[in-house]
Design a protein around this ligand. Structure first.
Ligand code: URA
Ligand code: URA
Length: 261
């Protein structure tokens, strides 16, 4: 049976979607007065910071910052450069010791669109920059086809360090590094996110789902619309997936235009 909190989650998601599309809003006084006359709804509201955050417009980026462990030194950092320096000088996992270079991210620090991949490969490890190998070149072309230069957007990965032999990242490696991405989102404040590849989508959204099920729709991430599509490295192997990817990035472009109009 669906309990009250499930309904509240649905309502919250619907509001967050509206906020993402139309900007923050508050309930008119009348609605607020009605809510406050109901003893039960008062209790629900006081018990639920999520509902409260609708009444006073939420800062979605503060809520993403709050995902970072409370003892992380990143909380006090206010620029991407500070965070990049911290990442370069810190070993959070074994891969951070074997990498040639950390691959922090690149692009417009105030980008409205954030593109998120999985992990650096050999070329990225050498250069310290995401998506510069063959898959990266295809990503650059895909972005260009919908009117974005690399410098318009910000590009990062879930994992900042290459794994030897490009094995799949381990869940604990992703878990250790994703707070860095949370901090990047909190600072960049993108209006829209594109995840390329299943791992990127499942790690960011914290869901277990197939790429087929995730693609083609916008997911709600604390009010930020997220589109998940095929990874360009997979497109190089499976040209059949280029068509659905093209459809996805058209949706992305339209959403971008609507959000930045
Ligand atoms: N694949 C990724 O997911 N990220 C990169 O930076 C390069 C290849
Ligand atoms: N290295 C790259 O440059 N591209 C990939 O897709 C994977 C590894």
């Amino acid at each position: 049976m669906r309990d009250l909190s499930t309904h509240l989650d649905d309502i919250r998601a619907a509001f967050e979607h509206q906020i993402a599309l139309y900007g923050p809003f508050v309930f008119p006084d009348k609605v607020r007065a009605d809510l406050s006359t109901e003893e039960d709804s008062k209790k629900v509201i006081s018990d639920s910071p999520r509902v409260l955050s609708l009444i006073t417009p939420p800062d979605i980026y503060e809520r993403i910052e709050a995902l970072i462990p409370s003892d992380s030194p990143m909380h006090s950092m206010t620029t991407l450069q500070e965070v990049a320096d911290y990442v370069a000088n810190t070993h959070l996992i074994e891969l951070d010791k074997t990498r040639l270079n950390p691959v922090f991210g690149v692009g417009n620090p105030n980008a409205d669109l954030l593109v998120i991949g999985e992990a650096p490969g050999a070329d990225e490890d050498k250069k310290g920059e995401p998506f510069v190998g063959s898959a990266g070149q295809l990503l650059t072309q895909i972005l260009s086809a919908i009117g974005f230069e690399r410098s318009d957007v910000y590009i990062a990965n879930i994992l900042k360090s290459r794994s030897p032999g490009n094995r799949d990242p381990l869940p604990e490696e992703l878990k250790a590094h994703i707070p860095i991405l949370h901090k990047q989102i909190a600072l960049i404040k993108p209006k829209l996110i594109l995840c390329v590849g299943r791992t990127s989508g499942t790690s960011l959204l914290d869901i277990d789902s197939s790429l087929k099920d995730m693609r083609g729709i916008f997911h709600d991430y604390y009010g930020i619309p997220v589109l998940v599509t095929y990874h360009p490295a997979d497109l190089l192997q499976n040209p059949n997936w280029k068509r659905p990817t093209w459809e996805d990035v058209q949706l992305l472009r339209n959403k971008y235009d609507a959000l930045t109009a």
